[in-house]
Design a protein around this ligand. Structure first.
Ligand code: SAM
Length: 261
């Protein structure tokens, strides 16, 4: 059992949490393996892909092997590698020092830790995920890197435990298509962003390659939803985001936007 993070990190997290979540966070038994467990009952799995995220095996190999390999398969051979994905996220988020970032569905914190370095000691990163094994890995890696401005939270993307307007940036890569209620999750991302807040998403997109019944079958087995070409950009515009941009690679889209000041 890993200890809860240092008092300073916990008090910075408490500033962002909803009143109910902050009350829970002050209880010692809410911290498990170094992360704040706000969903001890678990989050309903949407299929095979999400169930794999709950194992011990996948988080162990996720950052080094699983994510680069699967990402390559979906993005295509000429698509962006992991370093380029980070660059795209930074670009959409316009991330700078001192900002508060939510890395939603953070997995083992592969992006959260990079964001924590960029925002620096004046900034703060919350890595939120539904998987206890992913979060335990994230805590271990962040501690190994000596990062004190990052905290991991177990929660559900469709009911975020954060206050309205509490963060400057939300990143949600490789996960929106796994959520039971992706548009409810987008509502939540919009809610927790303050004026001028930025969003960066990486998710699926339908391409006219696979016949419709084949793609429906693949979706059913994997639990991964495939979004229509303009569905996500339209959803951001509907939620008040401006300067909405999209980059498509293979079966993947990167989408970003910002809220007016
Ligand atoms: C493929 S990983 C993405 C990790 C990281 N963002 C990346 O780009 O590599 C998807 C993550 O989404 C998480 N997840 C799925 N459904 C969720 C939900 N409803 N709430 C929070 N996290 C969820 C899974 O536990 C898993 O860690």
């Amino acid at each position: 059992m890993t200890a809860a993070p240092a008092e300073l990190a916990r008090s910075r997290l408490a500033e962002l949490l909803s009143a109910e979540a902050a009350a829970r966070a002050s209880e010692a038994d809410a911290w498990r393996d170094g992360y704040l467990d706000l969903a001890p009952e678990g989050v309903e799995s949407t299929g095979t892909t999400q169930s794999l995220m709950l194992t011990r095996a996948v988080p162990a190999i996720y950052e080094r092997w699983w994510r680069p390999a699967l990402g390559r398969a979906f993005k295509g051979l000429g698509g962006p590698g992991m370093a380029e994905e980070l660059r795209i996220a930074r670009l959409f988020l316009g991330l700078s020092g001192g900002e508060r970032v939510l890395d939603l569905a953070c997995g083992p914190g592969n992006f959260s830790r990079r964001f924590a370095r960029i925002t620096g000691q004046d900034g703060f990163v919350v890595g939120l995920d539904a998987s206890p094994t992913m979060l335990a890995k994230g805590v271990a890696e962040a501690r190994a890197e000596g990062l004190a401005n990052i905290v991991f939270v177990r929660g559900d993307a469709t009911a975020l435990p954060l206050r309205d307007g509490s963060v400057d940036c939300v990143c949600c890569f490789a996960a929106l298509h796994l959520f039971a209620e992706p548009f409810g999750a987008l509502d939540e991302m919009r809610r927790v962003l303050g004026p001028g807040g930025r969003i960066a998403l990486m998710t699926s997109i339908r391409r006219a390659v696979a016949p419709w019944p084949v793609s429906r079958l693949a979706q059913g087995v994997s639990g991964m939803r495939v979004f229509e070409p303009d569905e996500i950009t339209d959803a951001l515009a509907d939620r008040g985001f401006v300067e909405v941009g999209k980059r498509v690679s293979g079966f993947v889209q990167f989408v970003g936007g910002r809220l007016p000041e």
